[in-house]
Structure formats: structure tokens, C-alpha cells
Design a protein around this ligand. Sequence first.
Ligand code: PRP
Length: 210
Amino acid sequence: MRYITFALSKGRLTELSIKLLEGAGIDCTELKGKSRKLILTDEKNKIRFFLAKPGDVPVYVEYGAADIGIVGKDTLLEEGRDLYEVLDLGFAKCKMCVAGPKELQGKMDSISINRVATKYPEIARRYFRHKRRESVEIIKLNGSIELAPLVGLSEVIVDLVETGRTLKENGLEILDTISDISARMVVNRVSMKMENQRITNIIDSIRKQL
Ligand code: PRP
């Protein structure tokens, strides 16, 4: 029997992903250890895991280097990979939003926006092109996106909002909501056919906990 390989997102999603797998009867002892090994296994169930940067998880799964991935919907929307999204795991819930200074609230339709700062250039591009039919300059940043409108880098941002605290403490407001975000389980298209029974069993035992 071959291994079923999981690609898990390193960071915020790691702990909850492991909890979910353990709940489904998968042995994560090796995964939870402090080893520097990159591939960890559950020999009994013939499952192996690796952790990757969230943005890389859909890539491993699309190419079949991993059969299953656990990753945020934000990353899936940004990466636009060809995968089966099989489960909404219901954790790491937040929203992808357009945000900006309070003064812009309710005025999104009347003002013209020139620059948008974001960690999610594809999501921002699609939103402004298709929903707003506006041509804007997208500026890719790697963190602390809320800073951009405060220092005049952009008029607005496209970013994740969880509690809304970062926006509030910086005098920013949600101007529009693009999409609801949460952790998702994705499956490689070929694996879904070739290992259908085993993968379906895994999906079912994870679904039972949701
Ligand atoms: C995320 C996101 C927002 C913040 C939202 O940033 O990009 O900045 O969390 O959370 P809140 O609504 O609960 O305040 P993260 O903490 O991942 O750091 P980053 O700014 O470096 O991306």
C-alpha cells in the first residue's frame, strides 16, 4: 500500500490541522515532535505529512506531490490552482476585505482609487477588474498591510480581517467584503480517482468532527 501524503500549512493553521487529523484517528506523534525531519509518518495508517508555507501547499497538491492539503481559502483564491476543494474545515475564519480610512466609507462608488496595497495581488486584481471595473495599481506587500494607507502608499488595502482590531486601532474601516475565508481541505484530482476509497474514508472521518 502506498502512502497518502498530506501537505499542511505552516503557521496559524498547523495546530488546528493536527488536532483534526488526530480526531480522525491519524497518529500525529511524529508530526508533533520537534524533529527537523521534513517528512513525518504514521506508519500504521500509511500516511505521511509535511509542513510547507501556506502558498506552497496548493502547488504540492496540484502536482500530486501531496494527495491532500490543508490550507486557507485566501491562499486558494490567490493561487487559483486546479484542485478539488472537498471540505470547509470551519476554523481560522476571517474575511477578505477592502479597507481604508473612515472618510472613504460609503464613498467607494464616487471616488477613484489609484493604488491598492495587499499581500493578495491576484484577489485584489480580480476584485477591481471584475467587480468594480476599475484599473488600479496593485502594490504587493508582505505584511503589516494596514500601514499602507496610513503613510500614503495606497488609498485602500485588500487584506484579511479577523477580529477587526488592527483596522480599528489604526483608524481604518471595512469598505467592502470580498469573501468569507476559512481553512479548507483540498485533494489532488488524480489521487481522488486512484485512491478514492482511502481518501473518502479520511474525508468522512474528518467531516464527522466538524
Ligand atoms: C493578519 C491580517 C491583518 C490582521 C487581522 O495579519 O493581515 O493584518 O491579521 O487580524 P485582526 O482583524 O484580528 O486584527 P498577520 O497577523 O498575519 O500579520 P501580517 O500583518 O504580518 O500579515
